[in-house]
Design a protein around this ligand. Sequence first.
Ligand SMILES: [Zn+2]
Length: 324
Amino acid sequence: MRSVLGILLLAAGLSAQTTNAPSDPVRTVVGRLELARYKAHIKGLTQFGDRMQGTERNRDAIDWLEKQLQSFGYSNVERHRFMSSSGPLENIYATKIGTITPGEMYIISAHMDGRGGGEAADDDGSGCAVVLELARVLGMADVQTNRSVRFIFWNNEEFGMDGSGTYAHERAPLQGTAAEPKWLGIIQHDMMMFDHGMPPGPKQSPNADINIEYQRSSTMADDSAKLAAALQAANRSYAQYPATIGANMAGTDSIRFEDLAASVSVRENERITGIIRGSNPHHHEPTDKYENYAEEDFRFGFNSAQTTLGALGQLAGISLARSR
Ligand SMILES: [Zn+2]
């Protein structure tokens, strides 16, 4: 009798432990990221070709992004219109509203335009897919963040970075008002799939790493270095490929924020020592197509989603609502 009761109590105890469990909500939420979905986001964007600014392909891709964000539960998708040197364009974004301090936010971004006449799959479908997959997981009904998180898809990075530039210029003075939460940091993702080493070989390099860069000569260098360190720490806990920090952020939208808020870029390679020296032979070429990337390339990009979401766990404060 006694032993049966003991077993029953033990079983009840164990099951209570399992249902009350999630000791690390960040790990639980990072575990909801899906490689297949990451790939599907890239596939979805590449259906619009290179999405060059000013084209119908670009406008159709924005409509598609809006539908995706709405399908993840965001009812606050907004377009930021701006005048580019080539005519009117739009950035698009949605915001996860913080439950404790909604007036402070992190910006998670990538650029939705591309060039080269192919599909701009890596540059920057791969970064947009990181942003989409984070928006999807953070949009789940039981996920809460203490601070707000804004998912922004910049337009016209390729020919002037004026989507991000106009947003930064117009909104910086509005920070802390009802019109714009205060910027705690911006994390830009630009080219996230191809680190085959130098010179580029046929396969993902055994030494492939994510390159997190800030700009040492910017006003916000100290805060930016801290943001980079937070990403690297999260990378160690939640991702597979390692992350390396550099101080030469260049050639992507986050530079528009470097004197205004903590700003980093996350990329497959350093801009100066890798990308502009040809580390990715598809860069701005018609061959930057979905079909030209292998499973391990997609996995590398997915690793970046794990890294940034893990960091947001600490930075924005992720928790799970108790199920009833
Ligand atoms: Zn790019």
